[in-house]
Write a protein that binds this ligand. Structure first.
Ligand code: OFO
Length: 171
């Protein structure tokens, strides 16, 4: 059984994951309108993944005798100005989510809720991967600068990232 404190914190995370999904969906739309197919596909996939992260939490809360709360969400930004800016926002957002997961881990230890502590380890690992991926993409963008041909190659590169991660088991 979840403590009230643990349940409230997990429900807050459900909202963060749902908001992440909306943020990446807005980024997918912006990239699609700009004509960058690879980046847009990457963002559509990221949005789907975030929804899965949310659902995993929803199921967990309900399974542990709690009640997962589906709440209202903050509207995401819809204009990003540049790809660099967009991926900077993405990295910043992932760092925020990592901090929020850390806070949950902290609460699980305080509450001596070792089942939740164990459940959260998947999120800890996932956040490391997502932050690293965002940093790699930003490094590439910084290498390209304003070069149009580079941007085309970058889009193709990101498309490959999508293909690789959907082929990788458990990714
Ligand atoms: Fe849910 O992993 Fe990113 O935010």
């Amino acid at each position: 059984m979840l403590s009230d404190n643990m349940q409230a914190a997990l429900n807050k995370q459900i909202r963060h994951e749902a908001e992440s999904s909306q943020i990446y969906l807005a980024m997918a739309c912006w990239a699609e309108v700009q004509g960058l197919e690879g980046v847009s596909q990457f963002m559509y996939d990221a949005s789907d993944e975030e929804r899965q992260h949310m659902l995993k939490l929803v199921k967990y809360v309900n399974e542990r005798g709690g009640h997962a709360i589906i709440s209202e969400l903050n509207a995401p930004e819809i204009e990003f100005g540049s790809f660099k800016k967009m991926f900077e926002i993405l990295l910043k957002h992932e760092i925020f989510v990592s901090q929020s997961i850390n806070e949950l881990v902290h609460i699980s230890l305080e509450e001596r809720d070792y089942a939740t502590h164990n459940f959260l380890q998947w999120y800890v690992a996932e956040q490391i991967e997502e932050e690293a991926q965002a940093r790699t993409i930003l490094d590439k963008i910084n290498l390209i600068g304003d070069d149009k041909g580079g941007l085309y190659l970058f889009d193709n590169d990101v498309k490959q990232l999508v293909v690789t991660s959907s082929v990788m088991p458990g990714a």
